[in-house]
Every structure is written in C-alpha cells, then in structure tokens.
Write a protein that binds this ligand. Sequence first.
Ligand code: ZN
Length: 395
Amino acid sequence: MKSFSVQATDGKARAGVLALNHGLVQTPIFMPVGTYGAVKGVTPQTLQAQIGAQIILGNTFHLWLRPGLEIIQKHQGLHRFVNWDKPMLTDSGGFQVWSLGDLRKISEEGVAFQSPVNGDKLFMAPEDSMRIQHVLNSDIAMAFDECTPYPATREQAAASMQLSMRWAARSRRAFDDLSAQPSYPPYALHPEAPMANALFGIVQGGMFEDLRTESLRALTQIGFEGYAIGGLSVGEPKDDMLRVLAHTAPQLPVDKPRYLMGVGTPEDLVDGVANGIDMFDCVMPSRNGRNGWLFTSQGDLKIRNARFKDDLLPIDPACGCPVCQPQAHGEDRPHFTRAYLHHLQRIDEMLGASLATIHNLSFYLNLMRQMRAAIQAGEFSSWRRDFAAKRASGV
Ligand SMILES: [Zn+2]
C-alpha cells in the first residue's frame, strides 16, 4: 500500500491514512507531545486505550541532552525506551536550539550553543540532527531548520528561509545515507509498513507569502515523504497565522501528509483542517491542563475559579473521556466532578494535573475524530458551524 492515501475530501479538508513502521494513523490527527519521552502524568496505555492517541511526539534536543543517546541506543530506540509501540515523530531539535536565544550562534555549518543543562559547549548541524533521530528510530524524522523569528524583515526572513532550505538538502542526504545502514530489529512492525522511516521537510518564510512559495518549491524539488509548515504560532497576530496558513497549505503536494507545527487552540486545529492540514502537535492541551485550563465543547473552563467549588457536573457532560464518563452503568454520578478537580488543583495534587491532561488530550483527539467523520460524510462545513456556535455558547 502507499504510505499515505487520501480517502475523502470535503472542500480543502482531507481524511486519510498514513502507514508508518509502527502502525497506521488515521488523519486528520493530533499528536500529544512527550518532551522528554513522557506525556506528563499519562501512561502510554492510557494514551492509547483511553485517549485514542495514534502517534506521539518526542523532542530530539531534550532527549539528546538527557538521558543521552547511549541509554536510548541500549533500548534499541525511543519506542522501547518509553514503552510506546505505536508511531512516533521526533522534531529536529532546531526549534529548541533556536529558543535558547543568546546562548546560541548560528552559522552556515550549524548551531553552536551552550547546554542549558550543564553549560557544556555543543554543536548541532543537520547531519547531527539526522544521526540523533536515527538512533531514536522515530517513524517520522523532521529536517533540521531555523525557525524564522517574529517579527522579521523581508531580508531576514528570506536569508533564514534560504539557510533552512540548504539545511533541508543536507538533512535529506544524511537521512538517506543513515537509512541505508542497518537499524534496530523492528519492534511491533506493522505488516503493511513501508520499512523505511519517513523524513518531512519544513516550509519557512516568515509572514511573507512569496517566501513561503519559494520555500515549498525548494522542498518539493528535494523531495520529502511529508511537508510541514513551521514558523507559525511564534507570537504573530492570529490573522497573519491564518493568512500564511491559507496561502501555504493548499499548495503543498496533495499526495503527501501535511503537518502544521506547534499549533494550537481547538479553533486553530479546525482552521488547519479546513485548509487541508492532516497533522498537528501542540503542548497546549497538556500544559494548560496542568494549570487547570480545561477545553470543553462549550468553551474553555478555568477549574481553579471559585464558581466551580461546589459544581457537581463533570468537566464536559458531552465528553466521553474516562474523567467525564459516569462511574458505572445506572449510576447517576460522574467519575469526577468539577468540584473535585477544583479541589485537586487548589491543593496542587498531581492527580489533578493528570486528570486534566487526560481530559484535554481526549477532547483534542475526539475533535480530530469528529472532523474526520464530518469530512467522510461530506458535512464538514455544517459541522464547523455547529462546533463554533457551541464553543462560543460558554460553560
Ligand atoms: Zn472529558
């Protein structure tokens, strides 16, 4: 079978299946973020069986620094290290290195920086990023790039994008060389899997439409198994994000998966899908959840607020997650009340953070399943109107 097939379209929105070494992924999909190899406070079993996660994201940079490659190599890759046998995507480390600010220096060759852990002088080039991701053995590796800062002048955005395109070509060469060498024995290899891991290119170009077009042309000339849009949700106004998204996404190759990196709110995901995006990741559902910010079908809810002190409802009565579901058949009470979650948050109990993360990730994954069903039924526009109206109605 093909590694990616679009099964249904509705307007620009697509429903597809992505075949990776560790399993199939139904798109559109949201990928929970496991920065250090853990989605904070949630076991892989819960992620898979109760939240419905099909693919998770690991951070190359953080895992390289801690625990380091030697430990992960001993586990024959990241899947076994974190005990997750489904697909994984790793970022290139470029964004984290870039985020170090004054601690890093960018040159044609790569990025020199000081370790935020122990101050060691380190260097990361596209070839290093590919070597690390090869050891992690992620199903999808990302090309090493420079995230264009916001705001940036046209000259800055152009120079940054062109550097990223030269790095993309170097990433492709290094990835292909490494892929030719024997890797680990397969772990729960899917029978229809393509055998080789995938490498995605990243479109940059800041807020400039013509630079975005130039970038995606350069990437398609090199050729990747999928294409991502980077450099959005970096502090720009929402209108700029939507403008660049609407310009870039529909131009990406139709027969390859499209990934919008680091975005965003439930509404952003709907906008992304409406523009033809297949894959998303963001720390928002997990990070916000830990701070008591809960997403619901009727809008967002801050559980620490005093109004929830004696509220006996579940977080979201319309949510089917294990936190919101009734305890047992015939019993007229939810598993966890808003009042209980309010209490757990107020006393900083780790269970509160864990339950909030499970609910928020379930809300995000369920949102993707709803969109997929609406696209397959040819009802995406009406679904989108209903979703927006309900979300605006307020908890
Ligand atoms: Zn829930």
